[in-house]
Write a protein that binds this ligand. Sequence first.
Ligand code: UDP
Length: 443
Amino acid sequence: MTPAPYAGPTVFGYETDLPLRRVAQISVHTSPLATPGGKDAGGMNVYIRELACNLARLGLPVDVFTRRTSPDQPEVTSPCEGVNVVAITAGPPAPLDKNALFPLLPEFATEMALYSLREGVRYDAVHAHYWLSGWAAHLVRRYWDTPFVQMFHTTAHMKNAVADAVHQESGLRGGTERRLLSLADSLIAANPDERADLVWRMGAANDKVCTIPPGIDLDLFRPLDKAACRARLGLHPSDPVVLFCGRVDPIKGIETLVEATALLNRGDGAAPTVLFVGGDVDGDGEPTGALTDVARQATTLGVRDRFRFVGSQPQDDLPRFYSAADVVAVPSRYESFGLVAVEALACGVPVVASRVGGLKFTVEEGTSGLLVPWGDAAALAEMLRRVLDDDGLRRELAAAARPSVERFAWTSVAASVRHVYQRLANGHKRNLCGEEQIFREGA
Ligand code: UDP
């Protein structure tokens, strides 16, 4: 294959790359400062914050633009040194449904451009998250003329494949995502499956797509003493405990976990407690909002007493929850990456997950966890039972768990993303991805 012609700057005819000075990230509909575990805040918020802070640690300052949702929000907040989260006023300064945001994107783009003009900053690359931000990145090119990288996190195409009729994504989203495939200068897929979907089913140019997973904080997510964690959480030292952690959203397949719990309750052996992190509980610890549907299903199936709902938890406290569990269940219909599974593995806890999306690549079947078809409550119950009942198997999976995810350390992930920015900033259109292979050969 002939190498792509060099399109960047040269010194005496020799290729040379200029240092990156500053990059922008765009996250219109949800802020990296939002607390994860609620309706619209989860892995993407964690990813944007951590990526920005880790890029800054590598010496690259980052401004993250997000829509202002309160009049009191300061214009600039800094979650870590070198990162500014900039609140952009577009539409009313109040929370809005994400489906109402598309018409506000021209105003959002103009306000971003005005901010950069006022502050006297310019960006060498833009990284857009989710389809709405991709469109904002396209619109802001009127002012900035900066290359942009698009990351969808999920696409309407992938979501609709597993969603029921009432939760189908709009034609506007699907159509905009297809346009972004050609408008963006590069696309980052979080796993090899997503890459295949973007290229083969949606028609993205193969050489535009880089497969770079999110990273995780291996210092935060590490094995803790199980007995001490259980004591802190008021759990019995030897009861079987299954943990669920995540947003309360149809994509998470929570109904399958409730059904599986009912099956486990009827089987031989002790019925496990399901420690449920995510959603909202009131002052008395009773589920509210979307979590009431989960509690109702559990009551209907006669397993309400098996569930312990604790609501969303600050991420810094999650290692204690993971470490207290015997196994973490991830019954999702789809996961672009599935941070919760990787965080659990980093804490040395086996995972039983659906065989979908990123989970197929992060959970090593039979080594660090077990995989089941999504929506199959009987299979989920059977695999949870195996891990809970077989002490030898559980110990083996637990021992392999942390080493299997050390490849997702932020330092290498952030360096891979920075490489893409660097290539784009220097005018390259090809060979954007770098050599790093974070996903294992054949995985
Ligand atoms: N999370 C959290 N507190 C909670 C529930 C979740 O901090 O109560 C975090 C969790 O640590 C993970 C993220 O939210 O980093 C969820 O990411 P995941 O990829 O599993 O799911 P998504 O929300 O992206 O669908």
